[in-house]
Design a protein around this ligand. Structure first.
Ligand code: C2E
Ligand code: CA
Ligand code: CA
Ligand code: CA
Length: 281
């Protein structure tokens, strides 16, 4: 049994070593990717359920790897978060997204103002220079900051509620819109979240997915929407995939929807074409 135990540890060690080595390679690759500008942004439209028109886009990061092709953020963001590389990557995302929106505004592709949503990671949110960096990007891109939306997860806020409140207030002072992302997947409740100066709540797609399964699921979503409205927050439903989900969400008074039913995340040119097309759902 002892020998067996030892063998097991050896396997475990080898696996650990392998894992560490993979992480190191990924880290080197990510640094090079940033340097060689291998990152790009896809844009997924966010639809006003009242008008059926595009309210804005969420910028979603992709890595165009020279050998492996297009890589999803789920495969490299956790590592970037661990090593701290998410800070320069996140700043690149923010600047690129602001530049893109500004370019679309300059081309006057749409009659009503549209917004750009950008994801902030936990590490970015706790970084001391965040506000200065955002100010710098706003200045450089000349984007009116009221068109920028930042998506923050519950865990980023709950890590340090006091400093989060202060930071959120500073962002709000700049008229930057604040969304809570993946709502319902964390531990916190709306009654706690309402202490923070947030504008918008994105209900996680796991809830939307189950909306028509049982009466109870519908009621949970209804309760979230009602409470959020009492707290002066608007609601965005993530992961809308069917016409049935859309009509249920409309009947519940949900303001916005995002999901494959409307459009997948699109390359910049395709997103621009969609804007020109001015679709109506
Ligand atoms: P998220 O912020 O919740 O973004 C929405 C994710 O859901 C996107 O995955 C999107 O492609 C996917 N999605 C949209 N509609 C549907 C639908 O109808 N059905 C299904 N099944 N999925 C849908 P993606 O692009 O792979 O991004 C995954 C996550 O990576 C994001 O989740 C976000 O947490 C993170 N992420 C993406 N870009 C960035 C970034 O620039 N910075 C940071 N910090 N995180 C990012
Ligand atoms: Ca998001
Ligand atoms: Ca989300
Ligand atoms: Ca998510």
């Amino acid at each position: 049994a002892k020998a067996q135990g030892k063998a097991r540890y050896q396997i475990f060690d080898t696996q650990m070593h392998h894992h560490a080595q993979q992480r190191l390679e990924l880290d080197t690759d990510l640094r090079r990717a940033l340097h060689r500008e291998e990152f790009l942004l896809y844009y997924q439209p966010i639809i006003s359920l009242a008008t059926g028109r595009i309210n804005g886009f969420e910028a979603l990061l992709r890595w165009s790897h020279p050998q492996k092709g297009l890589i999803s953020p789920g495969e490299f963001i956790p590592a970037a978060e661990e090593t701290g590389l998410i800070i320069p990557i996140g700043l690149w995302v923010l600047k690129e997204a602001c530049q893109q929106l500004k370019a679309w505004q300059n081309q006057a592709l749409f009659k009503h103002p549209i917004k750009m949503s950008v994801n902030l990671s936990v590490k970015q949110f706790s970084q001391v220079n965040l506000i200065q960096n955002i100010d710098k990007i706003i200045l450089q891109t000349q984007l009116n900051s009221s068109y920028l939306k930042l998506e923050i997860t519950e865990s980023a806020i709950m890590e340090n509620p006091e400093s989060a409140t202060e930071l959120l207030q500073q962002l709000r002072d700049r008229e930057i819109q604040l969304s809570i992302d993946d709502f319902g997947t964390g531990y916190s409740s709306l009654s706690y979240l309402h202490r923070f100066p947030l504008h918008n709540l994105k209900i996680d797609r796991s809830f939307i997915h189950r909306i028509s399964e049982t009466r109870q699921n519908l009621e949970i979503i209804q309760a979230i929407i009602t409470l959020a409205h009492h707290l002066n927050m608007t609601i965005t439903a993530e992961g809308v995939e069917t016409a049935e989900q859309l009509s249920l969400l409309r009947s519940l008074g949900c303001e916005e929807g995002q999901g494959y039913y409307f459009a997948r995340p699109l390359e910049p040119n395709a997103a621009q074409a969609l804007l020109l097309d001015n679709p109506h759902w």
